[in-house]
Write a protein that binds this ligand. Sequence first.
Ligand code: AMP
Length: 599
Amino acid sequence: MASNAPSRVLGIDLGTTNSCCAAIIDGEVRVFRSSEGENVTPSVVTFFRDAPPLAGRAARRMATAAPLDTVFSVKRFMGRKATDPAVARDAGLVPFRVEAAPNGDAWVRAAGRSYSPPEVSALVLAKVRRDAEAYLGEPLREAVVTVPAYFSDAQRQATKDAGRIAGLEVLRILNEPTAAALACGLDPKKGQRVVVYDLGGGTFDVTVLESRGGIFEVRSTNGDTHLGGDDFDQAVIRILVEAFKERHGIDLAADPMALQRLKEAAEAAKIELSSSPVADIALPFIVAGPAGPLHLEHRLTREAFNAATARLVHATLGPCITALADAGVVRERVDALVLVGGMTRVPEVRRAVEAFFGRPAVPDVNPDEAVAVGAAIQGGILRGQVRDRLLLDVTPLSLGVRVSGGLFSRLIEKNSTIPCRKKAVYTTANDNQSAVRISVYQGENALAADNIFLGDFELVDIPAASKGSPKIEVSFDIDANGILKVRAVDKASGRAQQMRISPNSGLKEEELRALSASAKREGAAALRHDEAEQFLLTCRKLVEACQSEVAGADVDRSAVTQWLKGVAERLPGESLEALRGSLKELNQCVLRLRVARRA
Ligand code: AMP
């Protein structure tokens, strides 16, 4: 598979909970041990006022002593705005403070200072890199870093920034399930449909891939950027808090120190339940009661754990259905099921997923290491050490621009293979219009405002011309990392303007999920902007044509004109449902006008 080459590329799985690092050494993929001797490094950093920060296992140990200064799950805040409702939700799950930076991004506060999420992640990456360098005794500068398939452009950018801050050149940002597929030993030359189910500490991804002639091609991706092991831990914490409240009348959730100990105990119990039917949780001196210190003791059975988390396990199956539908693959035709992410060690998760797909998972996949191994293989592909695989990837949501009437014009369809480039020609809406604003959105809804705004720019100095005559060519370019460049050029004057989607564009992941889900519902019936515009135009023309002929009681001309005007004005702000209603009414109006004209 591989041959020696001078420069080594690190494959890094930068996880919500843990990170893992691998590289090709002597032709084989090796997973590095941390300086603490573990195959994973906790993605945790503790900050101090008067000492350098600690990252990894040591920081994880500090979480109890310094809960407010120990940052974990920072991946949940990467590339996100503080105003994002999901940030507020996630901030409620961590003891440290999450606040708005001057640019509106979500930053974290620890030891009296604010830190951007890429800065925090960079400390984890730097630790992972140091440990790998110490093991190999050589400097390492290049890396392939993985992200959840659902990560938006801003989140990918933020991940790249983290690498740069850690002194790494990030050669490629790779989707985690794609990396897992590369790693799990499936023969890419054998035609197979592969489902990668990845349930990690904070995110869930499901990807449908097809392998053919040495190529792994991503057919569809779906998932939930807010579902993972942390939620299972929270379910256990709730059981413990409730039981304690019932017994002692004290709410442990109000005490950050107790909460941190509860979190650790909950996770440990969850892990224990993967191999044992019961877990005994004992937290002495958890809180001081009126009559002295109180202890928490609880026996958690696997049944109670399964019952409390059944909802979460079930929540992963919806995205599986969507991903299969998007890929046009029926469950029975899946050839291989790959389970990755630490949470797939939970027996009930494994059972439910295998039952859903009606087949056992591919054996011997190490769920903690597979993604890093795949990233190392991708590094090998980029450096020519691995020659028998080529990897194609897709963009998870459609990309397009806002056009007149507030509608969304798609340039790149969801699940298009990347890198890719698409062009479309637009024009002006007014006579002598000298500038056009190119507003870029991501999503599946017919109205731009219902999608996610990525950024905008103006193309100015368009020579005077009557409306509809200038030809403005807009091109979208997505590179191999899923990062978008948009360019607009006025064909007549050659004036051009372009933009790289900025990392501060504030994408909302829970919107992303909702968009993907609503797009599925809307399916083929989704209203196309050009249809709507065309329809309105037809109606207006009909009204004009009828104006001299239509009179009297049959059709109230001015009322119809007025009504059409109202619809046109409302159009940009209308929901898709309302728009459909308006179109139905318009249809009836056209019929009435036609009848009136014939009469
Ligand atoms: P990852 O993000 O893939 O590193 O997954 C981390 C998540 O997997 C965390 O929520 C861990 O608590 C969980 N996890 C790791 N090992 C186990 C295990 N043996 N049983 C249950 N959960 C586990």
